[in-house]
Design a protein around this ligand. Structure first.
Ligand code: SF4
Length: 517
């Protein structure tokens, strides 16, 4: 019988993915969560861009901050990852300086419609020659799932746990009312239509906007009983309807209603650049300033210094678990600060570090009845970077909330460890995630390895509760918060319906730590 697969290349024979051309594969794997729709949105975009025939040397991509903001870094184009909300003004500057460029803004709903909301409407009003791809996941994903400008009324988020009271922005209506010349909305379930709209938007002069509604299962989905990507896709499947004749003001998104998709505006009017040219002729600030003619900077070593890559130290062996020598409350670092304990919990965004801080603070303040301050820090690098929450716990009034030398630290990612471990007070204790952190053997610190992520993933089947496993270990090994207070605070703060899972996670971390030799 003839081999049906004759001529079809095997996986081994396929050396390159068709999209490798446009991706910075050296930066992969990406940081997006399983089930996130950003991969689909990016794939639609790369496909539309390749089909558009645009000269890739003259395409620039600009992103703001957030999970979507990572796109600029993954595309093998001239890319700019700008500050929060400023993608559009940055792109405007690029386009004005060099009108030969096709400038595309690829960013999220929070970045473009909240922090950058004013830039969005004014760029549409001017009809700046830009294409904007706005990935709308109904919340601020990267920074912990807070309510955003597009969260549907009633939608639950980390900052609206009982449901959003506000009316969300209708992005197509906002864009259309402000003057955009092409406006479309699709969910990532409509991959082909999304790709087609992106293609059209890329070739349309003026301010073109494509909204891509995309699942954020890790945060928005989890708060709204759709914790897997497929649940959100199912939701789109049930709720999305295509209405080509819909007016932009009719396409509000209502939690229990339809998600109306389609092309809502497809028109032409003079762009800002057209008017500029009409009035002043061809302006090329990039030429006037000789920005593009400058020779590339040659880095030369000062005489006598050789520019060589420093050798990285060989990775050390994992630190063996150790048990605390003295209770934290009696440790010299606490005594020195008059009984006031500083604690820092850190990791990468999405690990529940901020929630862990809230739980710890609530346990200490509400149930142990101590004075507590809580500060948080997460930046644009949050997912994959170092986010942190810091507490001061004391029996006395706390005059200043800044944590400088924590006596207890938990580090759940390498970057967070690298960023913060130097702050640990002498004789302090550092709990690390055994599989995610390689401690510096020369740091001379008391390190306790807890396989929190492994326990959460393998024993509980839910990586997301690794933070609660770690809180169990923290409670067993230190007296930061009493066991009863921590248990009660966990139940107060975890999403409804997950109490059993979180209880189990806490117990497993607690038992593991108690069992350390
Ligand atoms: Fe995607 Fe949400 Fe994860 Fe961000 S937090 S990568 S939007 S699933």
């Amino acid at each position: 019988m003839e081999d049906e697969l004759l001529g079809v290349p095997t996986l081994g024979e396929i050396e390159r993915h068709p999209m490798d051309e446009l991706l910075r594969t050296e930066r992969l794997p990406h940081i997006w969560c399983p089930g996130c729709g950003l991969g689909t949105a990016l794939s639609c975009f790369t496909s539309a861009l390749m089909r558009s025939g645009l000269d890739l040397d003259k395409v620039a991509i600009v992103s703001g901050i957030g999970c979507t903001g990572r796109v600029a870094g993954y595309l093998r184009l001239d890319g700019f990852h700008t500050t929060h909300g400023r993608a559009i003004p940055f792109a405007t500057g690029l386009k004005l300086a060099n009108d030969d460029l096709k400038v595309i803004v690829f960013s999220g709903d929070g970045d473009l419609i909240a922090i950058g909301g004013n830039h969005f409407i004014h760029a549409a009003r001017r009809n700046m020659n830009l294409t904007v791809i706005c990935v709308n996941n109904f919340n601020y994903g990267m920074t912990g799932g807070q309510m955003g400008p597009t969260t549907p009324t009633g939608g639950r988020t980390s900052t609206s746990p009982r449901g959003n009271l506000e009316h969300p922005f209708n992005i197509p209506n906002l864009a259309a009312a402000a003057g955009a010349t092409y406006v479309a909305r699709w969910t990532v379930l409509h991959a082909r239509r999304l790709e087609r709209s992106m293609y059209k938007a890329l070739l349309r002069p003026g301010f073109s906007v494509v909204e891509a509604i995309s699942p954020c299962p890790t945060l928005y989905g989890r708060f709204n009983r759709a914790e897997y990507g497929r649940d959100m896709m199912e939701y789109y499947h049930q709720r999305a309807v295509i209405r080509r004749d819909a007016k932009p003001w009719e396409v509000d998104i209502d939690l229990a209603g339809e998600i109306i998709c389609g092309e809502f505006v497809d028109s032409e009017r003079p762009t800002f650049q057209d008017r500029l040219q009409e009035k002043f002729g061809v302006l090329r600030p990039s030429d006037d300033l000789e920005l593009l003619q400058r020779p590339p900077v040659q880095l030369e070593a000062p005489s006598g210094i050789e520019l060589t890559q420093p050798e990285l130290p060989a990775p050390s062996a994992k630190t063996a678990p150790v048990r605390l020598e003295v209770p934290v409350s009696e440790a010299p670092c606490v005594e020195r600060t008059g009984g006031t304990l500083e604690v820092r919990l850190c990791g990468f965004g999405g690990q529940g570090i901020i929630l862990s801080g809230r739980i710890t603070g609530a346990g200490a303040a509400l149930y142990d009845e101590r004075e507590v301050t809580l500060t948080q820090s997460y930046g644009p690098e949050s997912r994959g970077g170092a986010c942190s929450t810091a507490l001061i716990i004391s029996d006395n009034p706390i005059l200043y909330p800044h944590v400088t030398h924590p006596c207890v630290m938990v580090a759940m990612s390498q970057e967070a460890y690298t960023t913060y471990h130097g702050q640990l007070a002498e004789h302090g204790v550092l709990l690390i995630d055994a599989d995610l952190v390689e401690p510096d053997p020369d740091a001379g610190q008391q390190v306790i390895s807890i396989p929190a992520t492994r326990i959460a993933e393998h024993d509980l089947g839910r990586r997301i509760v690794a933070n609660i496993v770690m809180l169990g270990a923290l409670t067993a090994l230190t007296d930061v918060v009493s066991e009863d207070a921590m248990r009660r605070a966990i139940l107060d703060n975890v999403p409804q319906g997950t109490e059993d899972l979180n209880n189990k996670a806490f117990q497993m971390g607690f038992d593991y730590a108690q069992g350390l030799a």
